[in-house]
Design a protein around this ligand. Structure first.
Ligand SMILES: Nc1ncnc2c1ncn2[C@@H]1O[C@H](COP(=O)(O)OP(=O)(O)OP(=O)(O)O)[C@@H](O)[C@H]1O
Ligand SMILES: [Mg+2]
Length: 453
């Protein structure tokens, strides 16, 4: 937020006001000087004696202003981040009686911001008067020597008055130089911060994509997949080899924290899997353009995010041109249509931060509708029915099986009821696949599915 507001504004000021003021200074200075020289060269030279101070002042204060402004912006970013978090987490803060503690934290970062600003103001406070001081010294010199010359008759009184007026016209450019230096230092400090963001190379990119792959059927293979989130973090998977044919349903179960979400995040390349470990339709994952991958493999994530927009627009997210009938149909399959129709504004009800809050189960079903509307070749439900009751779940799964016929579906679940219909079930645990089979074959073999499913 800070980058997008304050830093951007500092750059905007530099290129807008800064540029105009610079043009103004150049023209005014050249014009005033030439007239001054034409009146009296010696007096002009005397008048510009204090000018070298200018470059010294600008050089000295400029660097300091640059540094201090960067610190101001950084502390503004911390402050706005802090406040944003406190406000969006306001309910949890209240629930834990932490209003005072939260205020104290905001106080602390506010004070830091104040201190950084004061430190900046100290520099600006010296710098600007210094610029005026330089021009005032020029005026004193002019009054003294120019006045004497006029009394002696070396220059006419008219010439002296004109000279003094032209010198007066330099007052504004001198002040403006101060401004510009200030703006320049702020603008470049902000630009540097912005460039740090612009220069970040996304880790997940299309550099190895084969653009001729434009469609996916949905046959998925994991081969010897080992993965960890960071060099010093533990292995999440070790040598996982499994897969699912196009059009089939795969269920992934296993205790919490075993890596179910991570596995499918690798599949849709939210993180980069090791090369050669995942294939779709026989294509190495890196060769599939991200645009195609994420159009044909659609995920209903465990953490659902709804925008502050109408329910209809939230459902339309992946398919903005869908007709309202299609939206209704998706909501019917996800078994949330009736509930939405009971709201006062029906599908136009605004949800999220600026609207009403949906229940956990409603959110999940809106998210499922959103995924269904794109009718993807591969649909992944990551614990997407955990917040609905078993009866509703059964309704949804029955309809889902019907509409997903011939398409690949991956269901991650903790409840046995969610995975009965799967063609294949894999049980993840301790970095490896413990067992797999169908629901009945696993039961028949006596290898009971973990209770915690
Ligand atoms: N971005 C990440 N960086 C580091 N570790 C992570 C990251 N994401 C997940 N993990 C870790 O990886 C492990 C597996 O997490 P994951 O979310 O895949 O589990 P899960 O099986 O989906 O659990 P649940 O059933 O609770 O949803 C956890 O120990 C988690 O802390
Ligand atoms: Mg998970």
């Amino acid at each position: 937020m800070a980058y997008a507001t304050n830093d951007l504004n500092a750059v905007r000021m530099l290129f807008g006001m800064g540029l105009i003021a610079a043009m103004d200074i150049i023209l005014m200075t050249i014009a005033s000087f030439s007239f001054m020289v034409s009146i009296d060269l010696r007096l002009t030279l005397l008048a510009i004696i204090p000018m070298p101070f200018l470059s010294f002042t600008i050089g000295y204060f400029g660097k300091k202003m640059h540094k201090r402004f960067a610190a101001v912006q950084k502390s503004f970013a911390t402050l706005s981040g802090r406040i944003q978090e406190s406000i969006s987490g306001i309910r949890i803060v209240k629930a834990f009686n932490q209003e005072k503690a939260e205020l104290a934290k905001v106080d602390e970062v506010s004070l830091e911001f104040v201190e950084e600003n004061i430190s900046m103001a100290k520099i600006s406070g010296i710098f600007h008067p210094f610029m005026s001081f330089v021009i005032s010294t020029s005026m004193i010199i002019t009054l003294f020597f120019g006045g004497r010359a006029a009394i002696r008759g070396d220059i006419t009184i008219g010439g002296f008055i004109a000279f003094f007026q032209y010198l007066g016209m330099l007052v504004w450019p001198m002040i403006a130089i101060g401004w510009i230096v200030d703006m320049y230092q702020r603008g470049t400090a902000s630009l540097k911060r912005l460039n740090e963001i612009f220069e970040v190379q996304p880790e997940v990119d299309d550099s190895e994509a084969d653009q001729s792959i434009q469609h996916l059927e949905g046959k998925i293979e994991f081969k010897n997949l080992s993965f960890r989130f960071g060099e010093d973090l533990p292995l999440i998977f070790k040598d996982i080899t499994t897969g699912i044919d196009a059009g089939k349903t795969l269920a992934i179960v296993g205790p919490t924290g075993c890596g179910k979400t991570s596995l499918i995040e690798l599949l849709v390349r939210i993180y980069n899997p090791p090369k050669g470990s995942i294939k779709i339709d026989g294509h190495e994952l890196y060769r599939i353009p991200l645009q195609v991958l994420r159009r044909d493999v659609v995920l209903v994530p465990q953490d659902i995010f709804l925008f502050s927009d109408s329910i209809a627009n939230n459902i339309r997210l992946g398919n903005p041109d869908a007709s309202i009938e299609a939206v209704y149909e998706a909501a019917r399959i996800a078994n949330v249509y009736e509930e939405i129709m009971d709201f006062e504004h029906k599908f136009e009800t605004v949800v999220g931060e600026r609207g009403i809050t949906l229940s956990g189960g409603q959110k999940q079903r809106v998210a499922i509708s959103r995924a269904l509307l794109t009718d993807p070749q591969v649909l992944i439900l990551d614990d997407a029915l955990s917040a609905v009751d078993t009866k509703t779940e059964r309704h949804i799964l029955e309809r889902l099986i019907e509409v997903r016929k011939g398409k690949t579906t991956i269901i991650i679940a903790h409840r046995i009821s969610s995975i009965q219909h799967a063609d294949k079930i894999i049980v993840l645990s301790d970095e490896v696949i413990k067992e797999y089979g169908t629901h009945s074959s696993l039961l028949r073999a006596g290898r009971h599915l973990p209770r915690t499913l």
